[in-house]
Ligand binder design. Structure first.
Ligand SMILES: Cc1cc2nc3c(=O)[nH]c(=O)nc-3n(C[C@H](O)[C@H](O)[C@H](O)COP(=O)(O)OP(=O)(O)OC[C@H]3O[C@@H](n4cnc5c(N)ncnc54)[C@H](O)[C@@H]3O)c2cc1C
Length: 407
């Protein structure tokens, strides 16, 4: 049988883990695997808020893809996918290159949902990629420098929109990093304002009331003002406007209010539901036997009414199944139906606190923060074994990641 070409788009959680699993499952000569990603590093998306706040060094979060994959088993192409042609079975890159495939795995992740609110796209910041997160940090530092010149309070007012997982994690990092920036710039910390704005009546709906109460108390104690039931209507370069004519002067709105599928998929001719690729129980894009999809750009219905949430945990479990099902397809074996097993969720609030739900238990505080560290270490273990955990904790490089305009 001719050697099959498997092409994986995106080296985030879903894509890189699919390639690692395929490296283990495929027999010599069975298939060629190509992994395509915009940049030559894999970033830990769940920790991007640390890059945004400047509380983690670049290389703790972004790792060279070539050091994570087996170069004898996976070809890596650094390139930006511009389109997918399902008739000719080719992926087109912005560089003009075309990459043919027999089997395609679409793991292109998420884009930020702005809900068409005026000024969000133009003026708000988002924690979407390594670059966009780095951009937040540079912007914050710039505001401190400029404040020393003009003493405009809007420069030191930092607003995070969205009281879900990501928004709360971002607020938690800001209370770690802003006091340090104040010290460096010799600005009293009481001149800084940190606010969390949520349109729903409460924060963290997924974690339940106990966690929401704990988080609100913790953030308030650390000087964060939480506004719930507050809908943002517009964002300008120097203010946000809420309902009831409330205006908050700020130069920094960090938008963390939801995600949608990658826009590349819009013109691909692939079946979409709410911007995402709807997949069947085997993780194949509906009705297409050689295209699989997983992670945030896909929609897996867990029952008739609801889909699995866009989380790293879902993407990782899907990756393992996806790799198994591709190999089974190539070998003409029976495919396995994907079943998701939720193992719990933990959200950090800075370094020393977190909240979470593990099984029936609600956890919070230092213990939850410890659990978060375990979850992060577990991911490194899955990706590169104990050697990667050791490397990322003890001998992590200290050079900065070079980011380019289209990342
Ligand atoms: C700040 C933050 C905190 C989070 N915390 C948690 C958490 O604690 N637990 C949890 O379960 N989930 C968490 N999530 C959600 C989780 O990170 C996502 O669900 C997960 O990253 C999805 O994995 P993915 O592989 O689908 O996409 P991603 O990890 O986003 O990867 C997509 C990859 O595709 C690449 N790409 C995109 N477009 C192109 C293109 N055109 N060409 C080439 N490459 C492209 C991207 O650069 C990226 O490398 C968090 C998310 C954020 C932002």
């Amino acid at each position: 049988m001719e050697k099959q070409k498997i092409v994986i788009l995106g080296a985030g959680y879903g894509g890189i883990m699919t390639s690692r699993r395929l490296e283990k499952l495929l027999k010599n000569g069975e298939a060629d695997v190509t992994l395509i990603n915009k940049h030559d590093y894999h970033y830990i998306t769940t920790q991007l808020h640390k890059i945004g706040a400047g509380t983690a060094s670049d290389r703790k979060i972004a790792m060279d893809i070539n050091e994570l994959i087996d170069p004898y088993k996976t070809d890596f192409i650094k390139g930006t996918v511009s389109s997918i042609n399902i008739d000719t079975q080719e992926v087109h890159l912005e560089s003009g290159e075309s990459v043919p495939y027999d089997y395609l795995v679409v793991a292109l992740g998420f884009e930020v949902e702005t809900y068409g609110i005026p000024g969000i796209k133009e003026n708000a910041f988002d924690i979407r990629s390594f670059r966009s997160s780095k951009f937040i940090y540079h912007h914050i530092v710039k505001q401190f420098s400029l404040y020393k010149e003009d003493h405009d309070p809007s420069r030191l007012t930092f607003v995070v929109a969205g009281g879900g997982f990501t928004g709360i994690e971002m607020l938690g990092e800001l209370i770690e990093s802003l006091p340090k920036l104040c010290k460096e710039h010799e600005i009293p910390y009481n001149e800084v304002k940190i606010m969390g704005v949520e349109a729903a009546p409460s924060i963290l709906p997924f974690f339940g009331e106990e966690s929401a109460v704990y988080t609100t108390k913790f953030l308030k104690k650390n000087g964060v003002k939480i506004m719930t039931g507050a809908k943002i209507l517009e964002c300008t370069p120097d203010a946000i406007h809420l309902e009831d004519n409330v205006k908050i002067p700020t130069r920094t709105l960090i938008w963390s209010c939801g995600v949608k599928g990658n826009s590349i998929l819009q013109d691909s001719g692939l079946p979409l539901i709410r911007t995402k690729l709807q997949v069947d129980p085997f993780l194949r894009v509906n009705h297409i036997k050689n295209i699989f999809s997983l992670g945030d750009c896909s929609l897996f219905m867990k029952n008739e009414k609801s889909a699995l949430p866009p989380t790293a945990q879902v993407a990782l479990q899907e990756a393992s199944f996806c790799a198994q099902n591709i190999v089974a397809t190539i070998r003409g074996e029976e495919l396995k139906t994907f079943e998701y097993h939720h193992k719990g969720s933990v959200a950090s609030i800075g370094n020393k606190a977190a909240i979470g739900k593990v099984g029936r238990f609600t956890i919070s505080g230092l213990f939850a923060a410890f659990m978060k560290q375990i979850i992060e270490a577990r991911y490194l273990f899955m990706l590169g074994g104990p050697a990667l955990i050791f490397k990322q904790h003890f001998i992590v490089r200290n050079d900065q990641v070079k980011v380019s305009a289209n990342q």
